[in-house]
Design a protein. Structure first.
Length: 298
C-alpha cells in the first residue's frame, strides 16, 4: 500500500473498533470470509471503508486492506461487478456527498439494477435540511456542536487563509469542504492530527465573501449551494482537494431517486435505524444524519 492507503486503513481500523467490540462474531475474519463464500451475501455496502466486514455483506470499497482484498473504484460508467437482482439491501453511508453528481447518478442506476425487486436502499448523509434550518434561525448551538460542524479541530487553522470562525463559514463547511496541497495527505483530517507542514495548510469552507455565503444559505437549496461553492473553489484555488462535493435536501433526494425506480420513501430517522440496526457502524452517524430508506419498484 502507498502512504495514503496506510493512513486511511489505520484510521478506519480505529474508527470502527467500538462497533467491532459490540459484534464479537466479527473478530474471526477468516470465518466471515468462509461464511460469505458459502452463503452468497444478500447485502451490499457502498464505500464502507477498508475495515468493514460483516457476515452476509459485500463491501464495495476502493482502499485495499486484509478485510477488503479486492478494492473497487467507483467511476461514472463503470459497472458494479454484480449480476442483476443480486441483493436485497444496499447501504450507502456518508459517501454520496464525496462524489460528483454524475457519479452519484451512475451509482443509483447500478443500485437499481443489482437490487432484487422490492429490495431497499438505505442512505445516510449529512442532514443539510437541519443545517439550513438552524442557520436561517440564527441558531449557533447546532453548528457549534463538534459532531455537526465536521472535524471542528481544524477550525483553528482557518486563520492561515484569513477565514474567521463564524456561523456562516461553519455551515458552509458542511456543504463544501476543501483543502490545499500544503495541508498534506487528504486523509490527515481523519487521523485527528495536523500534518507536518500545516503552517500554510488549510482544510475548510470555500474562501468566498461571507455575505455571498449568507445569501446562498438563506435562499438556495443544498444542491445549488454545493454547486456554486465547489465551482468557486475550482476557479479560485490551486490544486484543491474537495472532500465534500455534493449536497441534497430530502425533497431533492426523492426527486433524484424516483427516476431510477425507487418508491416508498422513509425519512424517519428512528424507523430507518430500527429497521437496519444490524448494520455494523450505523449508530455512529445517528444524530446528525439524514436517514433514507427507499424500495425499488412498487
Amino acid at each position: 500500500m502507498n502512504d495514503f492507503e496506510n493512513i486511511i486503513s489505520e484510521f478506519f481500523d480505529e474508527y470502527l473498533v467500538n462497533s467491532i467490540k459490540k459484534h464479537a462474531a466479527l473478530i474471526d475474519i477468516n470465518a466471515i470470509f468462509k461464511h460469505n463464500y458459502e452463503n452468497p451475501p444478500a447485502n451490499l455496502n457502498i464505500g464502507g471503508g477498508p475495515s468493514f466486514l460483516q457476515k452476509g455483506w459485500v463491501n464495495l470499497e476502493s482502499i485495499w486492506s486484509s478485510r477488503n482484498p479486492i478494492p473497487f473504484h467507483i467511476e461514472q460508467g463503470k459497472p458494479f461487478p454484480f449480476a442483476d437482482n443480486s441483493f436485497e439491501r444496499v447501504y450507502w453511508s456518508h459517501n454520496i456527498e464525496h462524489l460528483w453528481p454524475d457519479v452519484v447518478e451512475w451509482v443509483l442506476k447500478e443500485v437499481s439494477r443489482i437490487l432484487k425487486p422490492g429490495g431497499r436502499i438505505v442512505l445516510l448523509l449529512p442532514d443539510y435540511d437541519s443545517v439550513l434550518e438552524h442557520y436561517r434561525k440564527g441558531d449557533k448551538k447546532y453548528m457549534y456542536t463538534p459532531a455537526t460542524c465536521g472535524f471542528g479541530w481544524v477550525i483553528k487553522y482557518w486563520k492561515n487563509l484569513g477565514i474567521p470562525d463564524t456561523l456562516a463559514y461553519r455551515s458552509a463547511n458542511v456543504f463544501v469542504q476543501w483543502q490545499n496541497p500544503q495541508w498534506g495527505s487528504p486523509m490527515a483530517i481523519y487521523t485527528g492530527t495536523a500534518p507536518p507542514k500545516c503552517r500554510d495548510g488549510y482544510v475548510g469552507p470555500p474562501r468566498m465573501p461571507e455575505e455571498q455565503i449568507d445569501e446562498l444559505l438563506m435562499n438556495e437549496r443544498p444542491s445549488k449551494i454545493a454547486k456554486v461553492m465547489r465551482e468557486f473553489v475550482l476557479k479560485n484555488e490551486k490544486k484543491p482537494f474537495i472532500h465534500h462535493i455534493s449536497a441534497w435536501d430530502r425533497g431533492e433526494l426523492r426527486d433524484m431517486l424516483t427516476p431510477h425506480g425507487f418508491t416508498s420513501f422513509d425519512f424517519n430517522r428512528e424507523t430507518v435505524f430500527n429497521d437496519n440496526h444490524d448494520i455494523l457502524g450505523i449508530e455512529n452517524n445517528y444524530n446528525f444524519s439524514t436517514f433514507l430508506s427507499a424500495k425499488i419498484g412498487n
